[in-house]
Write a protein that binds this ligand. Structure first.
Ligand code: DGL
Length: 277
């Protein structure tokens, strides 16, 4: 059981930011990645559609014999975490919103937090309510200000590999200027694609704003979950095996993955999920 792989899924390349952190923290674990590149983006689709896609993604990973699932997509986490838990009751499932909210609350000093994410994640209000819950649970009194901004053009820019170009800077300027002027001291990158734009975002926000990478926080909580349940793959030699699965356009995925992970995605397979479209 402990030697089974961890399953990680996203709509596209964004979940690789989580995979990289999981690999860094848990070098001996075997990892299976699914990017639903045929149906990306999830961020502008309805609750019902994203939930259906997420259940199909998880089903695919379960078919690969995974011991847990990391929902490396904030939109799927916001819309489908409870559907996933209801559909696959015995399977440990780690979502992104809780880890990101906890990291933001730990980071802020002035209690003015910005959240950038997809239209779906922002519209769901998931980050706002989770951040308020974490503050309430920590017993610290006082006002909390949460400013949110949907950034729908970021995901297609990342999927096209426009990670640090002039057009990406212009788009970032449009989305981030208001947050910068509002005096936030912490900005949650509430979409797993956004850490790929970290350089552009950090340049615009300046050094006084802490960027919370929900990928880092989620990887940390993955390690804690496996350790607490006695499910770590401790007998194996690092590095663990990796396999990648996409539902469309494998060469482009491979190119971005190679740049980002720093190695080839040798085991890259084009797959079809339960229902097309
Ligand atoms: N990377 C995903 C997220 O964290 C999905 C982006 C998208 O497909 O729109 O929300």
């Amino acid at each position: 059981m402990n030697s089974l792989p961890i399953g990680i899924f996203d709509s596209g390349v964004g979940g690789l930011t989580v995979m990289r952190e999981v690999r860094r923290l848990l070098p001996a674990e075997h990892l299976v990645y699914l990017g639903d590149t045929a149906r990306v983006p999830y961020g502008n689709k309805s609750h019902a559609t994203v939930s259906r896609y997420a259940v199909e993604d998880a089903q695919f990973l379960i078919g690969k014999g995974v011991k847990m699932i990391v929902v490396a997509c904030n939109t799927a986490s916001a819309f489908a975490a409870s559907a996933l838990r209801g559909t696959f009751p015995g399977m440990p499932i780690l979502e992104m919103i809780g880890p990101g909210a906890r990291a933001a609350v730990a980071a802020t000093r002035n209690r003015r937090i910005g959240v950038i994410a997809t239209v779906g994640t922002i519209g769901s209000g998931a980050y706002e309510s989770r951040i308020r819950e974490v503050f309430a649970a920590s017993g610290t009194a006082g006002e909390v200000e949460i400013l949110t901004q949907a950034c729908p053009l970021f995901v297609p820019l990342v999927e096209e590999g426009e990670l640090n170009s002039e057009i990406t800077r212009l788009v970032a300027l449009k989305y981030l200027t208001g947050l910068r002027e509002a005096g936030i001291d912490t900005l949650v990158l509430g979409c797993t694609h956004y850490p790929l734009l970290r350089t552009v975002i950090a340049d615009l926000m300046g050094p006084e704003v802490t960027l919370v990478d929900s990928a880092e926080s989620a990887a940390l909580e993955t390690a804690v979950l496996l350790r607490d349940r006695g499910m770590l793959n401790e007998s194996a030699q690092a590095p663990g095996a990796e396999s990648f699965h996409v539902t469309d356009a494998a060469p482009r995925f491979n190119q971005i993955a190679r740049t980002f992970l720093g190695h080839d995605t040798e085991q890259l397979e084009l797959v079809e999920l339960g229902s097309a479209g």
